[in-house]
Design a protein around this ligand. Structure first.
Ligand code: SAM
Length: 231
């Protein structure tokens, strides 16, 4: 592996963007997005709305799960020959259940500097607001929908510390049921919904009580599920 080229360009900036509330973006993130030559974006239309809100005219280029394998080396070539770029996803921190890992790994291997700005990500506010132990935790992200799902659930159920899942509102009730089977219905958990948005809801209770609560309503929005560890 070539040595990292400390303190000189080129540079890839990983820039976290708001998960709901547009005020949740740092001054540094805005400056970097203004100054780079191009912004790689998961969805250029989504990112254009954010840039327009902050009067940032930097050009956007698509970089998403469907083209990242094909374009990653070309992007690193451009970075290596002097371009400064930023990577954003639709929301939160790129690389966290979003594209980013392949590009960062390729940059690290080629000696292109990577700087990840601190900023929004959905699992941190969910974990901290849940009231479940957050000194040690396990981030799972999205469970597989079919193959391997039960294996992962059984693995998670045995962990001694809090674990965190990303889940769609359409699968929330099914997921709470599945967790109740492997963890027991009395295990403490938290559903954090629509964080930083108008209808934010953070509810901590047993898996059985959460199932009852969310069965009574039409579950909408984005969800983080936090589950207490075994014992
Ligand atoms: N990169 C993002 C991050 O740093 O958290 C995660 C992207 S992942 C494709 C999207 C998932 O994150 C959603 O399905 C949901 O589980 C979670 N999420 C994103 N925004 C959220 C919000 N405002 N409230 C609760 N969960 C959210």
């Amino acid at each position: 592996m070539p040595p990292a080229t400390a303190n000189c360009f080129p540079m890839l900036y990983i820039v976290p963007t708001p998960i709901g509330n547009l005020e949740d973006i740092t001054l540094r993130a805005l400056r970097v997005l203004k100054e780079v030559s191009v912004i790689l974006a998961e969805d250029t239309r989504t990112s254009r709305k954010l840039l327009d809100h902050y009067n940032i005219g930097t050009s956007l280029r698509a970089f998403h799960a469907f083209n990242e394998h094909a374009v990653v080396e070309r992007v690193v070539d451009e970075l290596a020959s002097g371009a400064d770029m930023a990577l954003v996803s639709d929301a939160g921190t790129p690389g966290i259940s979003d594209p980013g890992f392949l590009l960062v790994r390729a940059c690290v291997r080629r000696g292109v500097r990577v700087e990840c700005l601190p900023g929004p990500t959905a699992f941190v506010p969910a974990l901290v607001a849940s009231g479940l132990p957050c000194d040690t935790f396990f981030f799972e992200g999205f469970l597989p929908h079919k193959k391997g799902r039960q294996t992962r659930l059984k693995y998670l159920a045995e962990l001694p510390h809090t674990f965190v899942l990303y889940e769609s509102p359409f699968r929330l009730l099914k997921c709470l049921d599945e967790l109740a089977v492997v963890c027991g219905p009395e295990r403490s958990a938290c559903v954090a919904r629509e964080l930083s948005k108008r209808f934010e809801e953070v509810k901590t209770a047993s898996l059985a009580d959460l199932k009852e609560h969310f069965s009574k309503k039409d579950v909408k929005g984005e969800i983080v599920l936090v589950v207490g560890g075994k014992g």
